[in-house]
Ligand binder design. Structure first.
Ligand code: 5RP
Ligand code: CO
Length: 214
């Protein structure tokens, strides 16, 4: 299982240092939450953060747009150096248009599904989706509790994806920790996005080893 470090939980006074340390310890992606104070009552990172991180790391950077009108911000994050751009499905008035815009910029297009948004709502877009991110908390804040029903949602989605002949990588974001990691592994999750459980961990090396199946 691959691990994506959600920097929302980092000590931003030492962001570059923390990212470089995690890169050495073997994480697979950097996850940058962009929150606009409208879609959720919180703020996240800006294109400048992506640009600065792009300068210091070769790890793939995924930008998670938790904002209204995401179609207006795809180019700016693409130019800043994002490799994967993930949009919240419930914020997309024209999903095909935005997914195709991301791909036309040469980036991977991801879709995040909030806990109560059904997988079925997405099925007609799947040809244009490179990455499926299941939110296991309501988007907008780190440090929340994992919604366990997400496991059943993923199980069902996996069956449907297989029936339809898709093999799109599946990620989970929100409240991931050592208490739920094995369940996520069992249902076939490919990538876990981890914020608090990683950044607040005193033994990050051991945590990463355990997540990756050690
Ligand atoms: O998208 C997010 C919040 O909207 C974050 O990526 C997510 O919450 C990760 O943080 P934690 O592991 O602390 O829950
Ligand atoms: Co996120």
């Amino acid at each position: 299982m691959k691990i994506s470090a959600s920097i929302l939980a980092a000590d931003t006074a030492f962001l570059g240092k923390e990212v470089l340390e995690l890169e050495k310890l073997g994480i697979d992606f950097i996850h940058v939450d962009v929150i606009d104070g409208h879609y959720a009552n919180n703020f996240g990172f800006s294109p400048k953060t992506v640009k600065d991180l792009r300068r210091i790391t070769d790890l793939p950077i995924e930008v998670h747009l938790e904002i209204l009108n995401p179609e207006n911000y795809v180019e700016i994050f693409s130019e800043a150096g994002a490799d994967i751009i993930i949009v919240q499905f419930d914020t997309c008035s024209h999903p095909l248009r935005i997914l195709r815009k991301i791909k036309a910029l040469g980036k991977k297009a991801g879709v995040a599904l909030s806990p109560c948004v059904s997988f079925e709502s997405l099925r007609w877009c799947l040809n244009d989706v490179d990455y499926l991110l299941f939110m296991s908390v309501e988007p907008g804040f780190g440090g929340q509790n994992f919604e366990t029903f997400t496991i059943d949602k993923i199980k069902l989605a996996k069956v449907q994806l297989k029936e339809m002949g898709f093999s799109i990588p599946i990620g989970v974001d929100g409240g991931v920790n050592l208490g739920n990691i094995n369940l996520l592994r069992e249902v076939g999750v490919d990538i876990v996005v981890v914020g608090s459980a990683l950044f607040l961990n005193e033994n990050k090396e051991r945590f990463i080893f355990q997540v990756k199946g050690g």
